[in-house]
Design a binder for this molecule. Sequence first.
Ligand SMILES: [Zn+2]
Ligand SMILES: [Zn+2]
Length: 376
Amino acid sequence: MPNTEDLRPNEMRVIACGTGMPTQRLAQAAACFLVELGNGDKFIFDIGSGAAERLSALQIPYDFLDKIFIGHLHGDHFGSIGEMFIGGMIMGRHVPLRIWGPSGPTPQLGTKYAIEKMKEMYTWDVAGRVGMTDTRGFALEVQEFDYKGVNQVVYQKNGVTIRSWPALHAIDGPVSYSLEWKGLKFVFSSDTYPNKWFVEHAKNADLAIHECFIAVPSLVTKMGFTPEAALQVGTQIHTAPEAFGKVMSTIKPRHAVAYHFFKDFDTTAQVYERIRTTYDGPLSLAEDFMVWNVTKEGVRERMAIVEEHTWAPPLASPAIPPKMEDRKAESERLGWEIGYTDFIAGGKLDYRDVIEPIYEEASKAVGRELKYPEND
Ligand SMILES: [Zn+2]
Ligand SMILES: [Zn+2]
């Protein structure tokens, strides 16, 4: 259960917060893996659609969920970034959201472009919140690195080294990652067809997470794909289960994790049996909230038990009260004074008789005067 297990100083814990496919389903969010280290550091690898709710169920202060590494810019690998930006701020992130991701063959195909446009998409959202709550978390920092870099260091701090190398998926741009810390190695493919860089640089992994797509027959029967499309998507764009097994037999990780398929009673056996034609080592077929504790001694797989009706987790840093002056910079940027025009303000009903007592009640509760806004 979240917040009930302290990590030992040399322990790594990985939690699957999304293991599904590019399409939406309640039981499985799209790609997202949280890596937590015994030194307190936390890293998110991919943040696919639906993953933000899973992360919220873990009740981790949002100041600690500020580092996201994106493998590629398919929606099922970064579709929850907006929820982390907006919702994460409302739930207590007082620091910028930091995003690492690959460049592309053109600037428009890179991570920086995607995040800048995402921020533009939220222009009204941000304007409508400044001055209302503690909005220090409304800041984005993007570190874009060369997608062609081979085993290049993209992050190094606090004894943690994160590297990237190219992945082979759809078109140029995608990458895979490794994270090394205290002699432990985590690798994450994001999406890729089996490639030479992965088998070279994922060697000696303690936990190797690689995509493994649903078997071709299921793509036809469950998704309505034509056989041609099923073969193309299931074996050429992605890694087929048999190919996943071959990758793992080559790198021989201490523990292999397959993700990127809908794990049902009638699909799991097919994926499992196909993997087992080419790989006989330790294996997890991932599902949401599967947890791996990794130490030198061993890898332990369990399921997290989470609460669905969660609220904001505890704050890691105190919130500051909002000030209307905070709107100034945003107003200047937009060339329009943020607020209501006289026309819209004129639609307000005078409900002061029922709202003013709420201010009086709150003042009594906190022992200081909280004033009903006079200019209202
Ligand atoms: Zn993809
Ligand atoms: Zn994908």
